[in-house]
Structure formats: structure tokens, C-alpha cells
Design a protein around this ligand. Sequence first.
Ligand code: HEM
Length: 497
Amino acid sequence: MTPNIILTTSLIGILLAFWWKRFKSQANTYWGSPLPPGPSPLPLIGNVFDMPNNYPWKVYAKWAKTYGDVVHLQVLGKHIIVLHSLDASRDLLDGRSSIYQDREVTEIVKLTGWDWNLAMMRYGQEWREHRRLIHQYMNQRAVHTYIPHVRDGTRHLLQRLHRDPKDYVYHVRYSIAEIALSMTYGIHAKDNDDHYVHLIASAIESVEQGLLPGSFWVDFMPALKHVPSWMPGAGWQKKVADWKGETDAVRKVPWENMLYPTHTQVNRQIPPIAAQMEERLSDLEDDACRRMHQTSQNTSAVIYAAAADTILSTLRTFILAMVLNPEAQKRAQRELDNVVGPGRLPDLSDFHSLPYTRALMKECMRWQQVVPLNFPRRCTSDNEYRGWLIPAGALVFQISWSILHDPETFPDPEDFRPECWLKDGVLNPDVLDPAAVIFGAGRRICPGRHFADIALSLSIARILHIFEITPILDADGTPKKPEVKMTSGLMSCVDSC
Ligand code: HEM
């Protein structure tokens, strides 16, 4: 080896050692305060290899045992803060609401065309306008307007399940989309083959598979979007382009085909949401009208898409739970028989006398969640929490799964135990209500939560009152016990049932 090579190699070694020391100290202290604890990052790439691909909420929950309820990760320079307790989530997402309400509009959100969706928008004027509009139609009082649509849709669901119980997933999907379509656009889904039902099902695939930050490398390396789709490894671009076509259609197609109330419609006194929004456009001047038209189209589509997907997921969890827990099912049915009796279907007014059925619904929400990691927030300025620095730009996840599977609050959290919400035969207000967790927090709390409560209550009570939910039989007639397997994206639902 020549002296030059020895000198150069030594210099590189010294520089690398110096850089590594600096990186390590920067990784642990930032503007004087340390970052929250977490798995050790590698130089430059950070925790890339620690990032879980499957069921991230379960991996994060394990880290919480080692590092505590606030965990820090860094991926290619991006800070990620993972919150595992309700205290931490309330302190930051509720308590510091001015700096924790933003979202990161990732490359994949833009490429899949979901950036018109209120849930994915940056915190600012555009978000405020959309949020104000959705609140007018989804607030606690307004949602009662849609009860007739839910009554009709759940009645149709019972008829379909009676005709063809094997295809129950399709029927539940169909009926929830039917309710969402009729209340939002006045459109009536055609029996058994409806374009709109398929449209929403395919568009939601991109939310389930693509929108979890880190699912696609392009989120961390935006330049990848310029790589031609024919190049090896760039096949994801075709998938993303297909998703974009479906996302655009969800926004435009039902809006263009909305119907005004007629004598055949469910709730003919009250026009569908989109028609009410359109009516108000006529009072506006050109620019304001154009802007409001866009906001109305986006908001209608988000109501239709969010309602169709989240309620379907929760109902699939409910069916799985009933197959696996026949005792809980029977107890709720006995309660329904006593309170409602044989001659009619349960209605919302029955619920004050149905504590066990209510507890069973809460347990479905706790046991498996539709959004186990919540939708990530983006922190907009450096701030200190419990002596740690939370850096501006960090993505902040509330891990609803950890909060609702904490054995301190819910002993044996993997078991399905509706009775944990009851004391002396009534709902126990001292037990953490899953609704306080699964719908998020702060100014971005789910605006559809009141409607979700109505739709889930009626669907669950009516299905339980009419049917016995049992396992599928295999070829020789033996009941097949289903596995508890959920999908692993931003939105999670039963994978097989
Ligand atoms: C079981 C049913 C549902 C669950 C579990 C659920 C859950 C969530 C969660 C976790 C968030 C994020 C909140 C946060 O950032 O803290 C959210 C936001 C949102 N949800 Fe829901 N949701 C449900 C039903 C609905 C329904 C029925 C609608 C519409 C009718 C809806 C519309 C929305 C919208 C528009 C946002 C975005 C709010 C914003 O970013 O300002 N959701 N939901």
C-alpha cells in the first residue's frame, strides 16, 4: 500500500468517526433537549430497518414496553413521534391544539388523488372551509335527519342477509354504501350490481393499502415519482395511477348524478346533502361560487366515502366477534327479546334499555379498530414535552390500539368482553369509552362520529335481533372457526371471516 493510500484511508476514517460522533449526539439532543427515547437510529437512514411493514401498531406497542408511552423514530431525516397513552395524546393533540392539527400531504396522497379529502388536508383556510361545511350536516343534531335512510338501509340489509347469508360481506358493504349514497346524493343503489358500490370499494383500497406513511418509498424520496413506470421496480406507478382514476371518480360521478327528492325517496321532505349544498351556491358570486362548488363536491364525496368504509369495517369486526363469542351474542339477543319483543325491529329509542347491546358495540370498537394508528398529525413548531423536544415537522401518531389494549385498563385485552363496560347492570361511566379514542382528538376529531354511532347502533341491534350468527360449515359439516386476522394498512378491517 502506498503512503498516499494509507493517508487518504486514515483521513476518511477520521472524518467518518467524527461525523458518526456528531450524528449520535445530534440524534439524542436537539436544541438542548433530548428527543424522546426510541430504537437507536443508523447514520443517515435512521430507523429505516426498524419500521414495521406489518401490523405496525403491534410493533409500536412492544416498543412502548421498552421506551415508555412517547417513542421517537427517525427515517431518512423525518422525525416520527408515537404516542401510546391517552394522557400523552390529550396533552398534545387536545392541549396544544394550535400546533398539532396539521397533516403531512405525502407524495402518495397527491399521486393517488386523495388531496381533496378533508382528512388529508393541511391545517389552514381550505381545511377550515371544508370542516365548517361538514359540521353543518354531521353535527349531533343534524345527523338525526338521516335516521330514516339508516332505518331503510338496515331493513334492506336484513332482507338480503335472509336471502343469501353466505355473501354477507357483500351485503353489508352494499347496504352501508346504499345508506351513504341515498343520504348524500339521493341516489338509489340498484339491487346486487351497483356501479357506485364497486367504485367506493376500489377507491378505498388505496386508503387501506397506500396511505400509511412509509408504505411507498416515494414518500421518503419524492424524486422516485419521475422514474418511468416501465423501469424495473417502478411498477407501483401503474397501481397508483389506477387508484387516482378511481379517487377522481368517487368525487365527480355521484355528484354529477345526484337526484333531488321525489315522492319515491326515503326522506322526501329533506333533500340529500349534496342537493342542499348545491342550492346554496346560487346565492354566491362567481369566484366564491366556484370555490364553494369545489368544497361542496369534496365534502359530499368525503361523507360518502368515509361512511361507506369505516362503518363496513366495524360491522365486519362485529360479525367476526359474534361467530367467536356465541355467549355474548346470546346475552344481547336475550336482552333484545325482553326489550323489543318479536313484533318489530329495534330502534334508537330502545337503546336506553339495552345496556348489554350497547356494551357489545363498544367492545367491537375496542377489540379491533378501524384506524389503529389514527391519522398522523404534523407538528408545526418545536416544542418541549416532559423535558423532550418534539421537533417541528415531526409526524405524530396516536396509537389507539395501544390505549385500548392496555392491560392496566382492559385486563386480557385480546379477549372479547362486553361486560367490562357494565356495573350493576348499567353502563359504567368510569371505564374508558372507546369513542373517546377511536375517533381521534382535538380540532381534527372525526366529524362523522355521531352518524357512525346511529348507523352502527341500528345495524348491530337489528342484525342481532333477527339472526343467529354462526360459523361457516366446511365440506363435512363441521363448523369452521375463523381466524382473527386484520388487514394492516392505515385503515384496518377483517381479512378473512
Ligand atoms: C366507526 C366509524 C369511524 C371511525 C372509527 C372513524 C375514525 C376517524 C379518525 C381516527 C379520524 C382522524 C381524527 C384525528 O385526526 O384525530 C377521522 C377523521 C375523519 N372522519 Fe371519521 N371515523 C368513522 C366514521 C366516519 C364517518 C361516518 C364519516 C363521515 C360521515 C367520517 C368522516 C371523517 C372525516 C371527514 C375526517 C377528517 C377530519 C379532519 O381531518 O378534520 N368518519 N375519523
